[in-house]
Design a protein around this ligand. Sequence first.
Ligand code: BES
Ligand code: ZN
Length: 457
Amino acid sequence: MSLDAVLARIDSDLPAAMDRLMDLLRIPSISTDPAFKDSCDKAADWLVDDLNGLGIKTEKRTTPGHPMVVGHIDGPGPHLLFYGHYDVQPVDPLELWDNDPFDPQIEETAKGQVIRGRGSSDDKGQLMTFIEACRAWKAEHGSLPCKMTFFLEGEEESGSPSLVPFMEENAEELKSDIALICDTGLFESKTPAIVTMLRGLLGEEITITGPDVDLHSGMYGGVAINPIRVMSRIVASLHDDEGRITIPGFYDGVPELSDEMEAQWQGLAFDHAAFLGDVGLSKPAGEQDRTPLEMIWSRPTCEVNGIWGGYTGDGFKTVLPSQAHAKISFRLVGDQDPLAIRESFRALVRDMVPEDCEVSFNDHGAGKASMTETDDPSFEAARKALTEEWQVPAAYVGCGGSIPIAGHFQEILGTTPMLIGFGKDDDALHSPNEKYDVESFHKGIRSWARILAALAR
Ligand code: BES
Ligand code: ZN
């Protein structure tokens, strides 16, 4: 089984692989917006066709939401499952894009060539790294090195509403020895990384209603309760002056870092100044007794993602609004219980809503944090393979983002997730002008080929 031949084929096939990725990027599969339902379906069809072309028996499987793509191919052990998501985030604010987000371009930049477009990094470019590695392997050897299942989702960016029921219904079919997930990044854009800690996520939307209708603030201001004032007090009360979250019981289940992990993270020499400097900031704004790396990887957060009400259009309007709204999300760690936090949060909010106002809540999903033990020898095998490709020792790291399926693999299927990705910090995930470095794509494909060879042995 020659790995060198596979790597050489990946190198020579790179332009064609980039064309295939650009083709997939042209499909605007925005999962959260019903207007793009057909495009999500089209992206699923594209992947079904591509995988079937590789001899992987693949089907589009319907769900109440967007379809899942599931494929199987037999082979020697171990049985690997690969997960990625073909849906993407909305593109607004569209005016901040330099180009059409769904007309991807290859661009030369000061840091090298990039593929620019929505989904180039999150997650179409990443998921294609694995498929391209399989393509090259199949072309060289006529078959794949392991038994494999492909499991591609179209709702990851909108909270994966169909995922748990689908996994429960198809648990026997999806069980495998290890679940490879390509939806994370390199450490500081340079060091290959295996993510072992992911934060959970809890989403809440609050609506506070005061007067029945918007009022003239000259006639009613000062007398009538203003729901935006009420909302502002509530939002401002969620953190104290030290950056700690004030919801009763919020920190229950938040573990302190083990000495071993603390030492390992210290060894990573994270560049705090550059991390904030890259986005025009300088001072960490979280819990004052924690390092920025802890704040992102191992501490919980409460963030206001949006707040609105009253008049926000051009010009000025002297209105006293009837309603105020806020979307608030919590990143969770360790054993924090999302449902207990939701209850405690709602109780705190209800307590602060005065007479004459009403509050209602909208639930935007809840998922626990997940953590992976790395004692299975396949982790060291994968780490060695990554180190060989990137010529920098691969690191075990945390990740501030959330990938709910990692926990579901453990809980529903009893399968260990292995999170490896090649995104860079400046990929502009979820933002205008998202990009994926050609280096990430190329070396990502090569990395998977090396990992497959290592796991197959
Ligand atoms: N690919 C990201 C997760 C991620 C974020 C990895 C940052 C590395 C760095 C994933 O697609 C994502 O954005 N997840 C959402 C989850 C949510 C919508 C349930 C997130 O973290 O906000
Ligand atoms: Zn993603």
